[in-house]
Design a protein around this ligand. Structure first.
Ligand SMILES: Nc1ncnc2c1ncn2[C@@H]1O[C@H](COP(=O)(O)OP(=O)(O)OP(=O)(O)O)[C@@H](O)[C@H]1O
Length: 727
């Protein structure tokens, strides 16, 4: 074969079979395929017929003397299905049949054999212990879910979970996913959602003709089929691991990421549903478009998020996904957290003040507050209330004059304020602002406002064609106004301008904004993801139970819910452990870490998430005494996963991390939520907001766990914990 127009694709089964073979075979196959990709005319492939196969499109290709690749050829498509040593490859190919399945909009790779032969022909299919795993499930239900008729006899042979786990290669990839979800006990609608198959009533999309060429490129097929666009991409997949998020998106994720939008877009979804993954793929999609268009060569995509460490994670994940867009100078995708972007921008613009984020200067602001509050006689309001009013109303909404403060809507604030009180408060706020300027300091909201003003006054000079925003739930009004100012709506339209992902259930920094109010109109372009890829369904359910009674916005003017939120796999129930003393609790935590390690989990894949830095210090000492290595994760520093040691992190810093096993200790009533926070509440509404934020924090911490979650306390449990268990 030597025509330049062939489209080459790789079934997931092919990539998996390749990973089982010696590296040199994979290297040879890769070499052969990259050469074919670069110049099919010079490096044609010799396809040979496979004797005995019922499907005439199934062919073999010689890799070397000992190994063969099996492919399926039709029209202009070459799809690789399997690689193995000569005899096994032929045996595998003899009974394979490739077909278009209009019901699922996928390409299916079927082993078309009779029952006895099927089992013996599938070398990896283990002997069934007792043929009962799916026995209670009638054929009609299996077929309606998408299992192929030819596969039914093999399904009936699967005796137990071990047999199913070992039979991956014996089934079409979609069928295997269906069986795994069935065995885990999911109901049919959830199985369809997990596997990405529409139910008979949902299938309302306009259908393109179901030719092989169309179906192989469908979002559904591409859940299991990889179509490389460049040799580089092929190399990365062959040489790296098969991380699902990079290659095989769920059809719902692909539909959101790989398309154009007529204006700003919002993607919501519970923890672990792949919002960051989708945002990264969309950034890549946008950068690919820029790359293809020479007239846009100076354009860039700004990928921004809330915290530095999340930006660092995204940078390294994008490096794995599309390095070609990060390596240029300047790179086509620029990843930076918004605070840093602003401070760099203002520095270039010679902004004379220092922006206060953390550390010593924060103490200087506290000092200014003390002096200002001493100078003014306070109305009947607490210091906490006044400072919260400054942060949540004056600064958050960018109020600059007394007149504006009289008029501003104080949404979310509990205590009503009459005009006279507002006038007294404004004197305090003006004094504080003037003193802060005198000291040469600025708060982040001041910095955002300054940047917005500069951008509005300047002729458009920034190179950004689009902004992608992650963790939007933690950004405030000024941040969104700034994002809009970075990519202002053009007279030619607002196409692909802003792509925002977030989840208000995970709002942990107390900021809140309504996009429409900030000039970002996402109406009609809001999407939702529902499948949690990170956390087992059992842990997910517990994490959701923590949020009971919490009502959550949709980052705009409506409400959000976690309806339909499900995990793609199941696991052990979270362990809730109660102790009579903290000493016993920490002792048991140490034993738990040892047991998890003994079961094969690396220490670095165990996270202990705590509410305060003081608690981290204390647990670190106790782990040290017990001879267990630990690493404290600090804000603004990436986690070097190669370093051994249990990860100790605050719940806040835990956002953006994930671990096989997570422990959340010290959740006693007297410690969590921290009493000082509730004591500092300005009024009942503030108190409710604090409790809501702490619930979100516990929810975030719990959803960092993949397979194991352990929650513990001593004495009385925190009221935020559901269902206690005795020691
Ligand atoms: N299609 C997929 N296939 C395999 N893994 C996936 C897929 N999509 C997401 N994941 C994995 O699921 C985990 C969660 O993804 P991601 O961090 O993007 O979710 P999120 O919605 O941003 O989560 P959170 O809101 O909790 O930060 C990651 O480990 C990611 O690699």
């Amino acid at each position: 074969m030597s025509a330049a127009t062939y489209r080459v694709s790789y079934d997931l089964g092919c990539l998996r079979s390749l990973k089982k073979l010696p590296d040199r075979v994979s290297a040879k196959f890769l070499d052969m395929m990259t050469r074919f990709m670069s110049d099919p005319t010079a490096h044609g492939l010799n396809f040979e017929s496979v004797r005995g196969t019922s499907d005439r499109g199934v062919k073999s290709v010689r890799i070397d003397q000992g190994y063969r690749a099996i492919a399926f050829i039709t029209g202009q498509d070459v799809m690789f299905l399997h690689v193995n040593n000569h005899d096994e490859a032929y045996r595998w190919a003899e009974r394979r049949d490739v077909r278009v399945d209009p019901a699922t909009n996928r390409i299916r790779v079927v082993e078309s054999v009779e029952v006895k032969e099927a089992v013996s022909a599938s070398a990896e299919l283990p002997a069934a212990a007792a043929p009962d795993l799916f026995n209670v499930i009638p054929d009609e239900r299996l077929l309606a879910l998408g299992i192929l008729a030819e596969e039914l006899p093999k399904v009936r042979q699967l005796g137990d979970q071990d047999a199913l786990d070992g039979s991956q290669d014996a089934f079409d990839a979609t069928s295997y996913d269906i069986l795994i979800a069935l065995a885990a006990g999911y109901p049919d609608d959830e199985i369809r959602a997990i596997v990405g198959i529409k139910g008979p009533d949902e299938d309302t999309e306009k259908k393109t003709p179901t030719t092989f060429a169309n179906v192989i490129a469908s979002d559904e097929s591409r859940q299991h089929i990889f179509i490389p666009e460049t040799e580089e991409e092929l190399r990365r997949v062959f040489e790296g691991d098969l991380e699902g998020w990079r290659i095989f998106l769920h059809p719902d994720q692909r539909k959101v990421a790989y398309r154009d939008y007529s204006g700003p877009t919002l993607v919501r979804g519970g923890a672990g549903t792949g919002k960051t993954v989708v945002a990264m793929h969309h950034a890549r999609y946008l950068a690919d478009q820029i790359k293809k268009d020479p007239t846009r060569s100076s354009e860039r995509v700004l990928f921004t998020t809330f915290t530095t460490n999340l930006a660092l994670d995204i940078q390294s994940n994008l490096q794995a996904l599309c390095p070609e867009h990060l390596e240029g100078s300047p790179p086509r995708i620029e990843v930076i957290n918004l605070d840093r972007w602003v401070s760099q921008f203002l520095k270039r613009k010679k902004f004379p003040r220092e922006i206060v984020y953390f550390g010593d200067n924060k103490d200087r602001l506290d000092g200014i507050w003390r002096e200002v509050l001493d100078r003014h006689s306070l109305p009947e309001l607490s210091e906490e209330f006044i400072r919260a009013e400054w942060e949540q109303v004056v600064q958050a909404k960018g109020v600059m004059t007394e007149g504006a403060y009289f008029k501003v809507a104080r949404t979310g604030r509990g205590t009503a304020l009459d005009r006279k009180t507002r006038a007294s408060l404004w004197k305090i706020f003006s004094d504080y602002r003037a003193s802060m300027i005198d000291e040469g300091l600025a708060e982040p909201d001041d910095a955002y406002r300054e940047a917005i003003e500069i951008l509005k006054a300047e002729a458009p000079s920034l190179p950004y064609g689009a902004v992608v925003v992650d963790e939007a739930q933690d950004m405030g009004e000024q941040a969104f106004r700034l994002i809009r100012a970075i990519v202002p709506e053009k007279t030619s339209g607002d196409r692909n301008s802003i792509f925002i992902v977030g989840d208000a259930h995970q709002r942990i920094y107390g900021r809140r904004a309504t996009m429409t109010a900030c000039g970002i109109n996402v109406r009609g372009r809001s999407r939702q993801l529902r499948l949690n890829y990170r956390t087992s369904d059992e842990i997910r359910k517990w994490a959701v139970s923590v949020l009971e009674g919490v009502s959550v916005d949709d980052l705009d003017e409506g409400a959000d819910s976690l309806k339909g939120y499900t995990s793609v796999f199941r696991g052990p129930a979270p362990e809730l452990a109660s102790f009579s003393s903290e000493e016993k609790e920490v002792g048991a935590l140490i034993e738990w870490i040892r047991a998890v390690k003994a079961q094969g989990t690396l220490l670095g894949d165990i996270g202990v998430l705590l509410r305060t830095i003081g608690q981290i210090d204390s647990i670190a000492r106790k782990l040290d005494d017990a001879g267990i290595e630990s690493i404290r994760l600090r804000p603004n520093m990436a986690d070097d996963r190669w370093q051994p040691g249990v990860r100790l992190s605050t719940m806040h810093r835990g956002k953006g991390l994930e671990f096989q096993a997570v422990a959340i200790p010290l959740l006693s009533k007297s410690i969590f939520p921290p009493p000082w926070m509730l004591k500092g509440a300005a009024d009942d509404v503030d108190r409710r907001n604090i409790l809501q934020q702490e619930k979100s924090l516990l929810h975030v911490a719990a959803t960092r766990a993949k397979k194991l979650l352990r929650v513990s306390w001593s004495g009385e449990p925190s009221p935020l914990i559901v269902t206690p268990k005795k020691e």
